[in-house]
Design a protein around this ligand. Structure first.
Ligand SMILES: NC(=O)c1ccc[n+]([C@@H]2O[C@H](COP(=O)([O-])OP(=O)(O)OC[C@H]3O[C@@H](n4cnc5c(N)ncnc54)[C@H](O)[C@@H]3O)[C@@H](O)[C@H]2O)c1
Length: 289
């Protein structure tokens, strides 16, 4: 099946939105990126140049292809400017109210139901986000990329209860055309990836908080003992500690079980502004970020 996408709209120019825009442009799709915060657009432009430059430096991409990909991306600072898209991927903050507000606006802006409205949410119910699209809830689907998007192979495809089978097939086709491997999961809080991963990360924060070991030892033990490419605390820094808290909240509420509550130390770091790599400090320090 063909995905039929010529112009992709991306909502959110953060870590994930920026990455999704980049791989779409590399795969030949025209992309328009929207972010509500002007500083994020400038940052995203810089990240695109730097990331594509690295692929060229390593001999993985020709300079002409990197230039062509960059030329396919445009950036806008108001939702009204996100016009002419035939597919939209939302990648804004992991907050159900913010996402539903945007899906309500998008379904009004795009009455043509062939325009798919996908969300990159890590954990929020697709069925619930889809309710914001009213009668056209069948075109809402979970399209969950992984960080860093240009390097990670998986796209978790999550149909909500309302999602039409044709939309799921087109999502699989689009993810494949972007060079990814799509795998399907049901719409339960956290789907598969975060339901399994995030409680382990949360437990690592508890172990640190209780003084069972220092962060370096926790990460080292999990890397060397479990053959993980990076330890859980380092991974949390890459994901963003704020995103980790939000995902734990969704698991606790969605699965109706207090064992998924975010560790107090994890929440405290977020309160102190230590979000991880993106803010320059989380569990560890990242000078220059
Ligand atoms: N970080 C990860 O590892 C990861 C992996 C998979 C999925 N996700 C999901 O992707 C989404 C984005 O995560 P991220 O890590 O890119 O976060 P981020 O904080 O890097 O980026 C979020 C972006 O959304 C923008 N934004 C916030 N509210 C907005 C609004 N109302 N309209 C437009 N833009 C708005 C912010 O300015 C920011 O640029 C979340 O739903 C997250 O759960 C994250």
């Amino acid at each position: 099946m063909s995905h039929g996408v010529k112009r992709l709209g991306v909502l959110g120019a953060g870590q994930m939105g920026g990455g999704i825009a980049q791989i779409a442009a590399v795969s030949g799709i025209e992309v328009v990126v929207f972010d509500a915060f002007p500083g994020m657009i400038d940052k995203c432009k810089g990240v695109h140049k730097k990331s594509l430059g690295k692929f060229v430096e390593k001999g993985k991409m020709a300079q002409a292809d990197a230039d062509a990909a960059l030329a396919r991306v445009s950036y806008v600072q108001s939702l009204e400017q996100l016009t002419g898209c035939d597919w939209i991927v939302e990648a804004v903050v992991e907050d159900v109210a913010v996402k539903k507000d945007l899906f309500g606006k998008l379904s009004a802006m795009y009455p043509d139901e062939s325009v798919v409205l996908a969300t990159n949410t890590s954990s929020i119910s697709i069925t619930e986000i889809a309710t914001a699209a009213g009668k056209s809830a069948g075109r809402v689907v979970g399209m969950h990329f992984f960080n860093p998007v240009p390097l990670m192979q998986l796209v978790e495809v999550i149909p909500g209860l309302q999602t039409s089978p044709g939309v799921v097939q087109r999502t699989v086709a689009l993810a494949t055309a972007m060079g990814k491997t799509p795998l399907e999961a049901s719409d339960r809080a956290g789907f598969i990836s975060n339901r399994v991963l995030m409680p382990m990360i949360n437990e690592a924060f508890y172990a640190w908080m209780e003084g069972v070991a220092k962060p370096e030892a926790i990460d080292g033990i999990m890397k060397l003992g479990c053959n993980f490419p990076m330890g859980p605390l380092t991974l949390a820094d890459f994901i963003g500690l704020d995103t980790c808290v939000n995902i734990m909240n969704v698991l606790a509420d969605g699965l109706n079980n207090d064992r998924y509550r975010a560790c107090p130390l994890l929440k405290q770091l977020v309160t102190a502004g230590r979000m991880g790599v993106k803010s320059g400090r989380g569990v560890y320090e990242y000078p220059g970020k």
